[in-house]
Ligand binder design. Structure first.
Ligand code: ATP
Ligand code: MG
Length: 567
């Protein structure tokens, strides 16, 4: 491809609103432009990258027996009503009415459509298993579209669905996907960890997430370097150092003007780990008290799992109205109005300082089970340095981008949508489903997050928009241009994707753009050609340079590519 005839609008400056490195660099390198919040145009280079990611995905999906299909973005409400998700999903779903006032929505995922097809087209155990996939546009009215293409309201997803006769067969399909995903991320040059995750709104019995470490991520995972334990902090259970005070009789003490944990701990001269945060949440219109240690934070997903219901933090005026105390004074002893008290497991041992349900006072020496009754659950966000739940060694916590995930759905969708089959005994049974997603844009952005330097992107070979970037220094010099063109043809003939910067620009400008674009190999055709008969080959990642006789360019490039080891 020739630069002059291409749309590659590079920018010197970062876009004003961008924080994530991938957002800045993908805009500056002319890959994408934002049309509206979370809605992006992919320009030619951006499109090429996504196309290459998709190629890798297709190959690996086909390799495990996936059949590519295409399901509609525009969907009738009925199938979502049958699965129960029409009501369960809130503002994230784009809803609309057709001209006959029928409810419709834009697909955010396709379990319902898959179950609808299966209900009609699969009849017997002989029709199973099946793997169907598509690489297709999803629409989600994300609450906070951010970080460039990492979280957009319209995005491409590879979503696949497995249909199996039973749980054991689902395990096989699930593991095949797990392995295919590892191959996809390996090939795309993205570093990742596979973690246990919370199936959340997808329902089902097991799930894993593929997480690419990056500061731009929105998730945290707890990792154990010693035994390989890895879990989303939504699920991870760190083993904290013991807290609490020695057991004693509970007594009330004055704590004037102490509102925060830090203030209470300071006044009473105890560590925050000897205090309890009493948090009020609303489940519908019922207040619930959730307790975590003063030095811990509550994870709302963990609470929702413990309660088996979604909960939201209560407003201060709700707390006053329903429990009759102010937020800062709430405590578990003698509290009135809370329908349930759920406490984090770390509060099982020791005595603690808790709110006294009376402004200006706290209770010291309170023991769960003795001074108040409660349910036990894991509520606390795992912290770095806590013990690994498997081996006891120290956990680390890393920020990550979720690039893919896999779910065992079971029969959550097949039952309501009537996706049944006849087994070998002629008995009707629900098909057992799995669902598996990957975001190509997140792969591209995660690669940029993990592989860049001060000058620009450093693309992994497999998903680089081009393999080789040729820079003729003086395009008006006919010999240089002829040599550059010859090399371009030679490399293209050998199967490389080549970008030739044929702009009549200063070499410095072209080199800067080459670094920004991040094509793995740059070939400079300049004065050295006339003087020494050589061109200069430079590897973007290492900035290693070689002077190579022009007739040995192909050989040299092949050698470098071998060295890149697909990275
Ligand atoms: P998140 O927790 O980040 O919102 P999700 O759990 O909603 O993700 P899925 O519905 O399982 O994601 O989608 C599968 C894959 O699609 C994700 O792993 C991610 O790679 C991609 N994806 C999801 N939401 C978006 C989005 N808003 N923009 C870009 N890619 C997305
Ligand atoms: Mg989401």
């Amino acid at each position: 491809m020739r630069w002059i005839r291409s749309l590659i609008p590079t920018l010197r400056e970062d876009p004003a609103d961008a924080e994530a490195v991938s957002h800045k660099l993908m805009v500056r390198a002319g890959l994408v432009r934002q049309l509206a919040a979370g809605i992006y145009v992919y320009l030619p280079l951006g499109h090429r990258v996504i196309d290459k990611v998709n190629r890798v995905i297709r190959e690996e999906m086909n390799a495990i027996g996936g059949q590519e299909i295409s399901m509609p973005v525009l969907q009738p409400a009925e199938i979502w009503q049958q699965s129960g998700r029409w009501d369960a999903i809130g503002g994230e779903m784009f809803r609309l009415k057709d001209r006959n006032q029928r409810d419709m929505c834009l697909g955010m995922t396709h379990e319902e459509v898959v179950a609808w097809v299966a209900a009609r087209e699969l009849r017997s155990y002989r029709d199973l298993p099946q793997i169907w996939y598509q690489i297709q546009t999803k629409e989600r009215d994300e609450a906070r579209p951010r970080s460039g293409v990492l979280r957009t309201r319209e995005f491409l997803m590879k979503d696949s669905y497995t249909l199996d006769p039973d749980a054991a067969a689902l395990d096989v399909s699930y593991n095949a996907h797990k392995q295919a995903y590892c191959k996809i991320f390996d090939r795309c040059g993205v570093r990742y960890v596979v973690v246990d995750s919370d199936p959340g709104m997808m329902g089902g019995s097991g799930s894993h997430e593929f997480m690419a470490p990056s500061a731009a991520g929105e998730d945290d995972v707890a990792l154990c370097a010693a035994c390989g334990y890895a879990a989303n902090v939504e699920l991870a259970r760190g083993v904290p150092a013991p807290g609490g005070l020695p057991d004693a009789a509970a007594r009330e003490v004055a704590t004037p003007d102490a509102r925060t944990i830090a203030e209470v701990a300071a006044q009473l001269k105890v560590d925050a780990s000897s205090t309890v945060k009493s948090l009020v949440f609303m489940v519908g219109d019922m207040p619930v008290l959730a307790l975590v240690r003063g030095d811990h934070n509550l994870h709302e997903r963990k609470l929702a799992r413990a309660l088996r219901a979604e909960a939201r933090p209560a407003q201060p005026d709700e707390v006053r109205k329903l429990l009759g105390v102010s937020v800062g004074s709430v405590g578990p002893v003698g509290v009135k109005g809370a329908s349930r008290i759920v406490a984090d497991q770390s509060l099982k041992d020791g005595a603690y300082v808790v709110g006294a349900n009376r402004d200006g006072y706290h209770l010291v020496g309170v023991t769960a089970g003795k001074d108040f009754a409660c349910e036990w659950a894991d509520l606390q966000v795992a912290l770095p340095g806590e013990g690994c739940p498997k081996c006891g060694q120290s956990l680390s916590v890393e920020r990550v981008i979720e690039v893919g995930n896999i779910f065992k759905l079971g029969t959550k969708y097949s039952e309501p949508l009537g996706a049944m089959y006849l087994d070998e005994q002629g008995q009707q049974k629900p098909i057992v489903m799995g669902s598996y997603g990957i975001g190509p844009a997140r792969i591209a952005a995660a690669a940029v997050e993990q592989r860049h330097d001060a000058d620009g992107i450093v693309w992994p070979w497999a998903i680089a928009p081009f393999h080789v970037h040729i820079v003729p220094v003086a395009v008006k010099d006919a010999t240089q241009m002829a040599a550059a063109t010859e090399i371009e043809k030679l490399l293209e003939g050998a199967g490389f994707d080549v970008l030739m910067d044929d702009r009549d620009e200063r070499a410095g400008v072209k080199f800067k753009d080459a670094d920004l674009l991040g094509v793995p190999i740059r070939i400079t055709v300049g004065n050295a050609l006339a003087k020494e008969g050589v061109v200069e080959i430079r590897e973007r990642a290492t900035r290693a340079d070689w002077k190579v006789p022009r007739e040995r360019v192909l050989e040299a490039i092949r050698k470098i590519v071998d060295g890149l080891a697909m990275g």
